[in-house]
Design a protein around this ligand. Structure first.
Ligand SMILES: NC(=O)c1ccc[n+]([C@@H]2O[C@H](COP(=O)([O-])OP(=O)(O)OC[C@H]3O[C@@H](n4cnc5c(N)ncnc54)[C@H](OP(=O)(O)O)[C@@H]3O)[C@@H](O)[C@H]2O)c1
Length: 268
């Protein structure tokens, strides 16, 4: 398979590029602000550049992982340009989305639940999903949760920086997520790239855990005691962000061979 991975310099994209190359696929990964040997530069905000790259490479499949947390043009418009180019050139598309599209509630969200974002990043990811499904109805849209695995992950860096006093703040005891291992997510994305699943699919670990409990697990791998990981309530601080987001992964468990592990198992 000729595979294009946007965001090949990122945590998930980089893992996917390595996995797909090891599986024998012809893989092109892209980078943006970082120059990485073996990756090609791409700014997904530049629609003409996206079109040129797809015309040149003619990939069988595109996995779109690129995003920027606080940049609508990258996260929403960039996803739309990639989806339109993939549709125009007849490439399969696997688009990576997020649990951030939801408001948060105690009951798990299924793939049938529509986005109801409460903050700008969630709105941009929701807009991206909408654009992708409008222009490329055969795309797989993968909603995932906190991506963990090693100290290159943002979640690990945040917990360790807080425990070391390099960053002020607390990890929230009232934010619940379903963390996924970067290796499991990359394997699932490769399976979906090779397959023909269309529509939304939730790819996340089975274990619901608070951001603070996750930080304690990460710290304990470095021998850092739990009381060094500051805890607090997002709601008490007036933080506008989804509180409890549980992704129902029944569909992924039936469609994918990849076993999705929970945070405690990943970090054991
Ligand atoms: N991290 C999480 O916990 C989490 C949770 C839920 C969903 N997700 C979703 O999972 C996906 C991957 O997340 P990640 O944390 O693995 O990503 P990441 O490590 O932050 O990497 C982001 C990638 O996007 C690229 N990028 C940024 N601006 C760009 C632009 N203008 N044009 C093209 N590429 C650009 C970056 O390239 P350079 O670094 O070279 O600039 C990098 O390769 C994203 O779609 C995200 O929304 C992540």
């Amino acid at each position: 398979m000729r595979l294009l991975v946007t965001g090949g310099s990122g945590y998930t994209g980089g893992r996917l590029v390595g996995l797909a190359r090891a599986a024998g696929h012809d893989v092109t990964g892209t980078s943006h602000s970082t120059r990485v040997e073996g990756l090609v530069p791409l700014d997904v905000r530049d629609r003409a550049a996206v079109d040129r790259l797809l015309d040149e490479l003619r990939p069988d499949t595109v996995v779109h992982t690129s995003y920027a947390q606080s940049d609508w043009a990258v996260t929403a418009l960039g996803a739309a340009w990639v989806a339109a180019a993939a549709a125009r050139t007849g490439a399969r598309l696997v688009h990576v989305s997020s649990d951030a599209v939801f408001t948060g509630r105690p009951a798990p969200y299924t793939e049938a639940d529509l986005p109801e974002p409460v903050y700008p990043y969630g709105a941009a990811k929701a807009a991206a999903e909408t654009a992708v499904l409008a222009v490329h109805p055969d795309a797989a849209v993968v909603r995932t949760s906190l991506i963990i695995g090693d100290d290159n992950a943002k979640q690990h860096q945040l917990a360790l920086d807080m425990a070391a006093g390099r960053v002020d703040g607390v990890l929230f005891t009232d934010h619940i997520r379903h963390p996924v291992a970067v290796d499991d997510l990359a394997a699932a994305l490769l399976e979906l790239a090779e397959g023909d699943h269309r529509g939304v699919i939730h790819v996340a670990g089975p274990e619901a855990i608070t951001r603070h409990a996750l930080g304690v697990l990460i710290a304990s791998r470095h021998g850092i005691p739990a009381d060094r990981v500051a805890s607090g309530s997002a709601i008490d601080r007036g933080i506008i962000s989804p509180a409890e987001v549980r992704l129902d992964t029944t569909l992924a468990e039936s469609v994918l061979r990849t076993r999705l592990r929970g945070a405690t198992e990943i970090l054991a």
